[in-house]
Write a protein that binds this ligand. Structure first.
Ligand code: 5RP
Length: 222
């Protein structure tokens, strides 16, 4: 199976899990990226069964709206039942690296509000130790050089992501050559650098459930 087929298999598995739980007042949280896009497209078929969604990016909001799924401002909803999103890397503790699509801050906010976070990822994202994928860090533009110097002190090689401005008006530093054996501590340490808005480690709030697409089928890891 190719990577896209694996992504589609986990998007479908997520839909199969959540569809029976949908009610007329259900608000879903929807992530960003190609796997999340596949989920959004499948969700169109059950749009009549739930109220609407909050999106982790402008791109996902537009895609949801194109399927006539109402999109709400997070500040106007009381509860997000389930957040469904992809990942760039995941480990057996369901800790993640996210932000390959530069949407990490809004993704982390929606994940924090959601009662349950279901991560959907193809098997290539599974790693023993996080950090083969460069860790995205969203930074206030004027703090870019300061944050980069602090990250070098932590042992990483930060590289400015060219021509990218986040939905929040910030820049992204991708941190290369930075294995992360202790994700909880590293997430907190990077958050503590002045000028950092958010980093792409999801360890303080990991996924609750991971649907991992493999050639042998979808693994459901809780
Ligand atoms: C976007 C993300 C995505 O979830 C991550 O990049 C995975 O993307 P894809 O589903 O396209 O492989 O964190 O900021």
């Amino acid at each position: 199976m190719d990577q896209d087929s694996l992504k589609l298999s986990v998007a479908q598995a997520a839909l199969d899990i959540i569809a029976p739980q949908l009610e007329s007042n259900t608000i879903l949280g929807i992530g960003t990226g190609s796997t999340a896009n596949m989920f959004i497209d499948l969700l169109a078929d059950v749009a009549h069964l739930f109220d609407g969604a909050v999106a982790s990016s402008q791109a996902s909001a537009e895609r949801l709206k194109s399927h006539n799924i109402p999109v709400y401002d997070l500040n106007t909803v009381n509860q997000v039942a389930v957040y469904i999103d992809g990942a760039d890397e995941c480990n057996e503790a369901l800790e993640l690296i996210k932000g390959g699509g530069a949407a990490l801050t809004r993704e982390k906010i929606v994940a924090a509000v959601a009662k349950e976070f279901i991560c959907i990822a193809d098997g290539s994202k599974w790693v023993k130790v996080l950090g083969e994928f460069p860790l995205p860090v969203e930074v206030i533009p004027m703090a870019r050089s300061h944050v980069a110097r602090e990250i070098v002190k932590l042992g990483g090689d930060p590289v400015l992501r060219e021509d990218v401005v986040t939905d929040n008006g910030n820049v992204i530093l991708d941190v290369y050559n930075f294995p992360i054996p202790q994700p909880l501590a590293t997430e907190a340490k990077i958050n503590g650098i002045v000028g950092v808005v958010c980093n792409g480690l999801f360890a303080l709030r990991p996924a609750d459930r991971l649907l991992l697409g493999t050639a042998d089928g979808v693994r459901d890891i809780k």
